[in-house]
Ligand binder design. Structure first.
Ligand code: NDP
Length: 337
């Protein structure tokens, strides 16, 4: 039996998520994935993280194409601000290097379509890093939602909030640069409503609000959204960068309800509660590495030449909805999709 070669990765952009989650995940993904290169705009970071992870292939952005051309990497993990995802992805594609790209896929529908096209043209695999597609509590919620145990599904409702404290955080940039709560956290609510209902919204409406807080000069502080789905279903969610942390969702059908507490988190445990007429069942899900399963799965897709899911089309579906919600805020009216 021939042993398959491990997929060799470069991580591009060594910010928060790269340092707390992506780089450490390679240890748990070592059965088929290997971290071999780092790409950053910061020499000092390259030196420090290169030493920590024993990586000697370190590149500045100006040397990114040398990295891609070297033949030393099979795939890149993009962990830069949203605005740069497209360019980095398309550069990698040109060199036949596969791409695992952080969510949101990009800022506009046009960006996403172009990325999908470049992936197809260059025959590379493109996956969007929706870690919850691999997470046990969310997978159980999907199974229950599809099982009819809750009856006909009617309502999805969610609040996803946090305090973004640092004024220089990329999340506080203009929406045109991929900043704001819809791209960063609203995307989780949209994606969850879509995977629980297993369906696509037909109409959306959103309203935003601001305080005088200087953090929110360029960006919406809080947004509430409504999404209408076929078969008389509504999804509602509220998101904020200026409120106490919350990350729960409820799914309510004609016969029951499920609630997933901390359902979007990666650094705490989750609790799934199922409410039926005469009983309430609670299941606890301990904290687990949610990034390694993505790496393992993507590496398998590359090895087996299999198209990954979450695909570029999945990434695009959320961006289309985010664009419609932003337009709805601007126009003050519902938008048909
Ligand atoms: P950070 O701002 O902490 O890190 C982004 C990094 O990108 C920077 O540290 C920098 O790294 C690099 N970068 C390149 N160009 C720029 C630029 N012009 N301005 C700022 N940074 C730049 O962001 P996060 O790590 O929080 O987010 C990165 C991506 O990961 C986003 O797409 C975000 O949506 C996603 N994310 C996903 C999460 C998940 O759970 N799946 C959770 C958090 C974020 P360097 O100095 O090395 O060049």
């Amino acid at each position: 039996k021939t042993k398959k070669k491990k997929i060799r990765y470069a991580v591009v952009g060594l910010g928060y998520i790269a340092q707390v989650a992506v780089l450490p995940a390679f240890r748990n993904a070592r059965k088929n994935s290997k971290l071999v290169a780092l790409v950053s705009g910061d020499k000092e970071k390259l030196k420090r993280l290169g030493e920590k992870y024993k990586i000697d292939k370190c590149y500045l952005y100006s040397e990114f194409e040398d990295c891609l051309r070297s033949g030393l990497v099979d795939a890149v993990y993009i962990a830069t601000p949203n605005f740069y995802h497209r360019n980095i992805m398309e550069t990698a594609a040109k060199y036949g290097v596969h791409v695992l790209c952080e969510k949101p896929m990009a800022v506009t529908t046009e960006d996403c379509l172009s990325m999908i096209n470049e992936a197809n043209k260059n025959n590379i695999q493109l996956m969007i890093a929706y870690r919850l597609h691999f997470e046990a509590a969310n997978l159980e919620a999907i199974k229950i939602a599809q099982s009819k145990r809750l009856g006909d599904l009617k309502i999805f409702n969610s609040v996803f909030t946090m305090q973004v404290k640092d004024h220089n955080n990329i999340r506080l940039e203009e929406a045109e640069k991929g900043g704001g709560p819809l791209y960063d956290i609203g995307i989780y609510c949209i994606n969850a409503a879509r995977y629980l209902f297993k369906s696509e919204p037909v109409e959306v409406f959103a309203m935003s609000a601001h305080s005088k807080d200087s953090r929110f000069k360029k960006v919406d502080e809080l947004v509430s959204c409504v999404m209408k789905f076929p078969d008389d279903r509504l999804a509602t969610f509220s998101i904020s960068f200026g409120a106490f942390a919350s990350a729960d969702y409820d799914l309510i059908g004609t016969k029951g309800r499920l609630r997933l507490e901390k359902g979007y988190e990666y650094s705490t445990s989750m609790a799934l509660k199922i409410y039926e007429e005469k009983k309430i069942i609670t299941k606890k899900y301990p904290k687990r590495d949610q990034f390694a399963p993505e790496l393992i799965y993507f590496s398998e897709c590359i090895q087996k030449k299999r198209r990954p899911e979450p695909s570029g089309e999945e990434g695009l579906a959320d961006i289309k909805i985010i664009e419609a919600l932003l337009l709805s805020i601007d126009l003050g009216s519902p938008i048909m999709l």
